[in-house]
Design a protein around this ligand. Structure first.
Ligand SMILES: [Zn+2]
Length: 378
């Protein structure tokens, strides 16, 4: 089995992945939403038998409150929960410079920016040797050229290939790291002020949509595409996850252009649409992170959107419209909340015209689960 569970993570991401055979289920966790999401994650972990509270991998894709907040709480709580992680992947300050690695214990007092940045401290407290262990403590960064190598083969056979970030996105984050950490609330003593973030993210100016009647995908998809420039988003770890002949794209808040360039470098990509079974829309379905080009580079049935619409009014109609227009039909949209920003896509007239279907959760606490059955047709 290969199951993707998009937990209700407020306006962020918290992705609980399970894979394996009936007798031996493996887990990994990608992001943990805002701090408010943590109690749900805690509950899920406590529901596991004590001997099974293990994740092969915890990934914190990038320094943004809606991905990191719950991870801070989880790592603070890990001992009392009895939860363990085979590896923890996160690019910290030292990884933003080319060649930077997790320093040895003896060097902790010379770390400078590491100190006071709580997530890095917590990862060290959970086992320094686990931090980006797959690259010996170095940065998780897409190689400059050549076919993309397999990054990791996790216990049980989950294969992960890194699609983002490249060194240029890590380098670009360096001068704004402190500000990004303060915004994410991971510098102690400073309260996160995320109310003002929409403007700062360059994601403002929502164009007035016609709220009466169905949206017009043609018109929405034809709006000019302006790529996301928010540097923390660009630094997102994005992964291609493969298990049992099934593939999922887990994009964090990565740039569409970086994803597109990486997809083209995948060894199995012959240049047509690259077949995946599921794609989580980057940056909660923001219009700046899903280009028509990216959608056209994929042959994908299941498109996942993680957002309750708060803060940033995600998903944007433009991103969904590009999926409907450019994915080649038969798309299925999976939302982990029903909100005023996504319920317009439930229109049966639209679904008939654009040959797609939708799935909404039963309630705000349900999230969305997608089971990728093994080796049937994509
Ligand atoms: Zn986000």
């Amino acid at each position: 089995m290969f199951r993707i569970d998009l937990l209700p993570a407020e306006y962020g991401d918290a992705i609980w992945l399970e894979y394996g055979q009936r007798r031996r289920i493996h887990r990994l966790l990608i992001d943990c939403g805002t701090a408010a999401v943590y109690p749900r994650i805690r509950e899920r972990i406590l529901a596991l038998p004590e001997g099974q509270r293990h994740f092969e991998l915890l990934v914190v894709t990038h320094v943004d409150l809606d991905h990191i907040g719950g991870a801070l709480a989880l790592l603070r709580d890990s001992a009392s929960l009895g939860v363990s992680f085979g590896e923890i992947w996160f690019n910290g300050y030292m990884h933003l410079s080319a060649g930077g690695t997790v320093p040895p214990a003896a060097a902790d007092d010379t770390l400078g920016p590491l100190q006071g940045e709580e997530l890095s401290d917590l990862i060290v407290a959970n086992g320094r040797q686990r931090w980006n262990a797959v690259v010996q403590g170095g940065a998780l960064v897409v190689p400059a050229d050549g076919p993309l190598p397999l990054l990791a083969s996790l216990p049980g056979g989950m294969r992960l290939t890194l699609l983002s970030p490249r060194q240029e996105q890590l380098t670009a984050l360096r001068p704004v790291w402190d500000a990004a950490c303060r915004k994410a609330g991971i510098v102690p003593g400073i309260v996160a002020a995320d109310d003002s973030r929409r403007l700062e993210e360059g994601d403002a100016e929502p164009e007035s949509d016609d709220l009466l009647g169905d949206p017009d995908p043609e018109q929405l998809a034809a709006r000019p595409y302006r790529p996301d420039r928010a540097r923390p988003n660009g630094s997102s770890i994005a992964l291609l996850a493969e298990y049992g002949g099934r593939r999922a794209l887990l994009t964090g808040d990565a740039y569409a252009e970086v994803l597109l360039a990486s997809l083209a470098r995948l060894p199995g990509n012959a240049g047509g649409r690259f077949a995946v079974d599921a794609c989580k829309l980057s940056h909660h379905g923001s219009r700046g992170n899903t280009s028509s080009e990216l959608v056209r580079a994929l042959q994908c049935r299941n498109w996942l959107v993680s957002s309750n619409g708060k803060q940033f009014r995600h998903p944007d109609g433009e991103a969904i419209a590009r999926v409907l227009r450019d994915s080649g039909g038969n798309a299925r949209l999976h939302f982990n909340y029903r909100s005023e920003f996504n319920e317009m896509w439930s229109s049966t007239a639209l679904q008939r015209r654009y040959r797609y279907s939708t799935s909404y959760p039963a309630g705000d606490a349900a999230g969305v689960q997608l089971e990728l059955s093994q080796r049937s047709s994509r």
